[in-house]
Design a protein around this ligand. Structure first.
Ligand SMILES: Nc1ncnc2c1ncn2[C@@H]1O[C@H](COP(=O)(O)OP(=O)(O)OP(=O)(O)O)[C@@H](O)[C@H]1O
Ligand SMILES: [Mg+2]
Length: 236
């Protein structure tokens, strides 16, 4: 469904991604793991046309989207839930949601059915939500754009372990709804708990790829390239 082949991406003169190749099959959850600063966000930004690839190719459902404009890529059915969630602090939950609406597909009512807590909080401002609720809102907003493939950039960041489990359940629900998911993570337990296939990135290169069950057994790769997740760094 989504295919990156030999993608190189730069910020100015600095090369960040080096020959990145990865694919997401329809209906699957694929994870991209790696430590801080390794190029995970740059990868999703390249896919979305926000930091276009300088070399290589990116295709989505057979269409070449390399260096296409962001809005065109979004229109084809790709949606990004950015790192740090980026919801509007001073707008209500409802306002945050309706901004993303595209007129077909999911309605606000559908979203409230999937995420009843958002209905309860509809009139609360973004900054009155807990971290977990903010993540839910960010995912719900992306869904309103009616994507086929959703990219989640570190959805567990800064969340307490119990809330991370909740995020994991939401990711699995996206798959049940028929979406394909690429989830960027540093949290190994979330990533390995939900995904079908895994990639590990180190200094802008894919250094490991395999079925999630295989990576789960590969302690050496986990120790070398992923390490322990940032437990205790942030609470909900
Ligand atoms: N706008 C930018 N301009 C220049 N360099 C950047 C920019 N954004 C990121 N970088 C650099 O690119 C490299 C990869 O960053 P990226 O954000 O893709 O990493 P990441 O794997 O998402 O890390 P994290 O887990 O901290 O989010 C880092 O060395 C970072 O300092
Ligand atoms: Mg990042």
């Amino acid at each position: 469904m989504l295919e990156l082949a030999g993608v190189d991406t730069y910020y100015g003169q600095t090369q960040i991604l080096r020959k990145v190749s990865l694919s997401v099959e329809e209906g699957k959850i694929v994870t991209l793991l790696g430590r801080n600063g390794m190029g995970k966000t740059t990868t999703v930004r390249s896919i979305m046309g926000l930091t276009p690839a300088r070399a290589g190719s990116i295709t989505f459902e057979g269409q070449d989207i390399t260096r296409q404009k962001h809005f065109r890529i979004a229109r084809l059915g790709l949606a990004l839930v950015p790192q740090g969630r980026q919801i509007f602090a001073s707008l209500s939950v409802r306002e945050n949601l309706t901004m993303g609406m595209r007129g077909k597909g999911f309605s606000l009512e559908d979203i409230y059915e999937y995420f009843p807590i958002l209905r309860e909080r509809a009139k609360h401002r973004g900054n009155q939500l807990s971290g977990g609720e903010q993540q839910m809102l960010a995912i719900a907003r992306a869904l309103l754009a009616n994507p086929k493939l959703i990219l989640l950039d570190e959805p567990s960041e800064g969340l307490a372990p119990r809330i991370v489990e909740e995020v994991g359940r939401i990711v699995l629900r996206l798959k049940e709804m028929g979406l394909s998911v690429l989830v960027v993570e540093q949290n190994v337990s979330l990533a390995l708990g939900v995904s079908d296939y895994a990639y590990v990135m180190h200094r802008g290169e894919i250094v490991y790829r395999g079925a999630t069950a295989e990576l789960a057994r590969n302690d050496a790769v986990q120790a070398e390239y992923i390490g322990v997740s940032r437990l205790g760094r942030g609470e909900d």
